[in-house]
Design a protein. Structure first.
Length: 255
């Protein structure tokens, strides 16, 4: 009767080596998956920001004046068609939000046009006003945080407190759309008791006096550690009225 061959198991060292290699492989896989998710989140935030702005441009062509009799427009109450006050467009302000905010902020305020009592030829036949928060007519001011904690930063700077302004209006009579894009605030107007703020001039006059600026907004992840492989830019051509001219581009923003 032959001698039975004794089976040998793995040594402790071999088991430890196997577990160590397996752990390294799992960590590598999880790290790769996590990085892919973060990159996808970053791109979603950038694309969502671009799509939101494009939607604001598109909606100007579908602007309605469905103001009710209780909503004040330039100190005037009354349904559309009964006054010379019209919803004419919107002022989009892009900035860092409140102090300590974890994401950039977009604010969209309606702009109204009030026909001047003294007849003037276009573009000075209307006075334009921004509707303020807390206005008596409870006209909605849209505020939105940029998804995934992104901020819009000017290329070549290291600060996050830049602001961008886009004024889009449609002339109540001619239907001509005017866009003014700036990196400086629209100053010169005073606030009134009816929750409105005068714009310094008509949009068309402002576009003539101070040419619009191309806007290049580098989308920065400030807090969430998304760490994208490259910084994407949302770019808007000066004075364009075409939503297709709002583009996401790579290679425009240094890290």
């Amino acid at each position: 009767m032959g001698r039975q061959k004794q089976q040998q198991g793995f040594t402790i060292i071999e088991v430890m080596l196997f577990l160590a290699v397996t752990a390294l492989l799992i960590m590598g896989i999880l790290g790769s998956v996590s990085n892919s998710i973060n990159v996808q989140r970053y791109r979603e935030g950038v694309e969502g920001f671009r799509d939101f702005l494009a939607g604001q441009y598109e909606s100007i062509n579908m602007l309605t004046n469905d103001r009710t009799a209780t909503q004040v427009c330039g100190g005037i109450q009354g349904h559309r068609g009964a006054t010379d006050c019209f919803y004419s467009g919107k002022l989009i302000e892009i900035g860092p939000g409140e102090t300590g905010a974890q994401e950039g902020r977009i604010e969209v305020s309606p702009v109204i046009a009030i026909k001047n009592t003294v007849p003037s030829p276009p573009p000075n036949d209307y006075t334009y006003k921004k509707v303020l928060e807390g206005n008596p007519g409870n006209v909605n001011i849209v505020t939105k945080e940029i998804d995934w904690g992104l901020f819009a930063r000017e290329s070549g700077t290291t600060t996050f407190d830049g602001n961008y302004y886009i004024l889009i209006t449609r002339h109540p009579d001619t239907g001509v759309t005017t866009v003014v894009t700036r990196k400086t605030v629209f100053t010169g107007g005073s606030n009134s008791a009816d929750g409105l703020q005068d714009l310094p001039a008509s949009p068309a006059a402002m576009a003539l006096s101070t040419p619009s600026q191309d806007l290049k907004m580098c989308m920065i992840d400030k807090f969430n550690g998304l760490n994208p492989p490259e910084i994407l830019a949302v770019m808007i051509k000066a004075s364009t009225t075409n939503p297709a001219d709002i583009e996401v581009k790579s290679g425009e923003c240094p890290r």
